[in-house]
Write a protein that binds this ligand. Structure first.
Ligand code: SF4
Length: 267
């Protein structure tokens, strides 16, 4: 029988798992606390459990973590991390220091199907969506590596299109990053290439997070040529969806624009 990765279970899943082992529900809450707040790397680290319970759990379960494959320190202060997933695939995340802020840019898919003309990930195609615990795993793995630094902001701007993996992205945000790690949704930004149905869904799935839109052109003609998504959701539809995005006082939507020579750098 394959062992269960405890990180892959949400609170309901852990309650069910512990109940199946004949354990009371508070054991599931303890497990959540040890995995995400105490950062237990293995079941043996959970010293609050008796030796017998740790042994019983270890026979049928384990705690996964993302492993560092490579770290590249850039001259501008950013650091790139290549992390290994359990199935051997790799994902990237980037740590960006800026005065008091320490922002982690996370991935939500392995590769990306969107094929934006200016993006290296877009040339890979998509291999698979990340699961919620693999998204959170990036935050935990980099947090461990930068101790005693503390990640203050998270942006979904790494590999993949977050609004095409919204269920897992929202689970990661609501279930763990805000729910357990305690980060305010105001410090989290979801960046999209322009997936209109996802923009409309985001406020109900992950309330209070910021929206960023990778725009990169002011006309459909130019945007069509560098961002294939524009042929499905042209600029007028995109802007209309943005106008419906609920914004509290003082908050804005960010529009990103990469300047490409002789393509989108003139009026
Ligand atoms: S959506 Fe993002 S990750 Fe995907 S190809 Fe476009 S820029 Fe790259």
């Amino acid at each position: 029988m394959d062992k269960v990765d405890l990180k892959s279970l949400d609170m309901d899943g852990l309650l069910e798992f512990m109940a199946a082992l004949g354990e009371p529900s508070f054991r599931a809450r303890q497990l959540m606390h040890w995995m995400y707040e105490k950062r237990a790397a293995s079941i043996d680290d959970i010293t609050e459990y008796s030796k017998g319970l740790r042994q019983k759990l270890s026979e049928c379960a384990y705690i996964s973590s993302l492993k560092l494959r490579e770290r590249v320190q850039c001259d501008d202060g950013t650091a790139k991390y290549l992390l290994a997933l359990e199935d051997g695939l790799s994902i990237e995340c980037v740590l960006i220091p800026d005065k008091e802020r320490l922002t982690l840019c996370v991935s939500c898919q392995v590769g990306c199907a969107q094929g934006c003309g200016f993006c290296k990930t877009g040339t890979m195609g998509i291999l698979r969506d990340l699961l919620a615990h693999e998204i959170v795993g990036q935050v935990l793995a980099v947090s461990e590596l930068i101790e005693p630094g503390r990640i203050t902001h998270i942006v979904f701007m790494g590999m993949g299109e977050p609004l095409l993996n919204l269920l897992e992205v929202a689970k990661a945000i609501v279930g763990t990053i805000t729910g357990i790690l305690g980060m305010s949704p105001r410090r989290i930004t979801v960046s999209t290439c322009g997936v209109v149905p996802g923009i409309l869904d985001l406020p109900s799935k992950a309330p209070g997070v910021n929206l960023a839109v990778s725009l990169n052109a002011a006309s459909d003609h130019v945007r069509d040529s560098i961002m294939p998504i524009n042929r499905c959701y042209p600029i007028a539809e995109l802007v209309s969806a943005c106008r419906k995005f609920p914004l509290k006082k003082g908050r804005t939507i960010t529009f990103e624009y990469v300047l490409l020579k002789a393509i989108n750098d003139s009026l």
